[in-house]
Design a protein around this ligand. Structure first.
Ligand code: NAD
Ligand code: GLY
Length: 363
């Protein structure tokens, strides 16, 4: 029940390994890449669960791990934590020819990936993603970033990993809400480019979300395969990679309007944002209403938010959401840029969506 997916980027190509129990095999997979001590960056939730085991398996393969444990949470993706992490990494003695490991969710992966990308002008990194979101999205493709007061992910570099190890067993300890939030990114792949995968998810999501090993490996590996294919064609997002932002223009605005709080996790924003992108596409006469309804029904079936009213607390006002969208890094020449759909599995980018139509969907 192992899958190996290649991300083809010439001399920077790498493999993504997906399967249960991969952490136990990390020593053999990492040892050929390691020169000297290997900093292993993780967070305060993941450390008590997996750090010692990870350090031990590296040790058994003759690799000395140097653990660095950061606070869990989105707040860690900041300049302050970047500065602290860089100091700690330098203190380990890791050198240009060395290797750094990110063991954690998207927060640890994005921050550590950025640190690895800029430290000594670039040190190799292995991503060991421990959330579903990180396994199917953030650990693959080389986008790294921190947040600033102006917004999310505004400062970062592209820095591809040398290897990604997605051990599906570790997802069993994820809080259910985090697992579901990661599932939103899985269903996004079906919605943006693979109607058959979407149908498979309709039939098998319950099994995958109950951590059935076979269903989970298929869901993660298929998502990674789709992302690997897109990244190989468009590493720097000048074209097809933008499709991975399906649901994100709405999602980011909703996250901003709810204060990046636990009222709406990133993946929940993506789920709801994708449902809104379907509705906008229907309103623009581009997508059959049945496809939008089918997508929304699936979100409801698994327990993801599908309507703005599903967010707890005060409903974010349309004007507030529109102003966040105008500030979004995907806004160009005063027009709103959206990933829209012609149906399930048929996403495309539109650069000139009328604000009035968007307002109707938000109203
Ligand atoms: P996260 O890293 O905050 O992890 C979510 C929570 O789960 C945290 O509390 C974490 O400590 C905990 N956790 C992690 N693994 C666990 C495990 N196995 N068992 C128990 N608890 C565990 O959040 P995330 O959802 O993984 O990532 C979100 C971040 O990813 C955001 O900052 C987002 O911007 C970024 N992101 C980046 C990309 C990219 O391409 N680089 C893509 C999508 C999202
Ligand atoms: N998560 C979007 C991308 O990697 O491009």
């Amino acid at each position: 029940m192992r899958e190996r997916i290649s991300v083809s980027l010439g001399s920077r190509s790498y493999d993504i390994h997906v399967g249960p129990g991969l952490i136990v095999e990390a020593g053999a997979l990492l040892a050929p890449l390691a020169r000297g001590p290997v900093p292993v960056v993780t967070d305060s939730n993941v450390a008590p669960l997996y750090l010692q085991r990870f350090v031990d398996v590296l040790g058994a393969a003759g690799v000395e791990a140097k653990p660095i444990v950061l606070d869990a949470g989105e707040g860690t993706k900041s300049f302050r934590w970047l500065e602290m992490l860089v100091s700690e990494l330098l203190a380990t003695g890791v050198d240009r020819g060395g290797l750094i490991v990110a063991l954690g969710g998207g927060v640890i992966g994005d921050l550590t990936g950025f640190a690895a990308g800029v430290l000594k002008r670039g040190i190799d990194i292995v991503q060991v993603p421990t959330t579903l979101l990180a396994q199917v999205d953030s650990s693959v493709g080389g986008k790294t970033a921190i947040n600033t007061a102006e917004g999310k992910n505004l400062v970062g570099v592209f820095h591809q990993p040398r290897l990604v190890l997605a051990d599906t067993d570790v997802l069993a300890t994820l809080p259910e809400r985090e697992l579901l939030a990661g599932y939103a990114e899985v269903v996004k792949y079906g919605a943006l480019g693979d109607a058959d995968f979407f149908a498979w998810l309709e039939a098998n999501a319950a099994k995958a979300l109950a951590c059935d090993a076979e269903a989970l490996v298929h869901a993660v590996a298929h998502s990674c395969r789709m992302k690997a294919d897109i990244v190989a064609r468009d590493e720097r997002e000048s074209g097809v990679r933008a499709l991975l932002n399906l649901g994100h223009t709405f999602g980011h605005a909703l996250e901003a309007a709810t204060g990046y709080s636990d009222r709406l996790l990133h993946g929940e924003g993506v789920a709801l944002g994708t449902a809104l992108a379907f509705r906008l596409s229907v309103k623009l006469g581009l997508c059959p209403g049945e496809d939008a309804e089918r997508f929304t029904r699936h979100l409801r079936d698994v327990g993801l938010p599908a309507e703005i009213t599903d967010i707890t607390g005060k409903r974010p006002a349309p004007d507030v959401l529109l102003s966040h969208m105008a500030h979004d890094k995907k806004a160009k020449d005063g027009k709103l840029v959206f990933v829209l759909v012609r149906g399930i599995g048929q996403a495309f980018v539109s650069n000139d969506v009328e604000v009035a139509m968007v307002r109707e969907v938000l109203g």
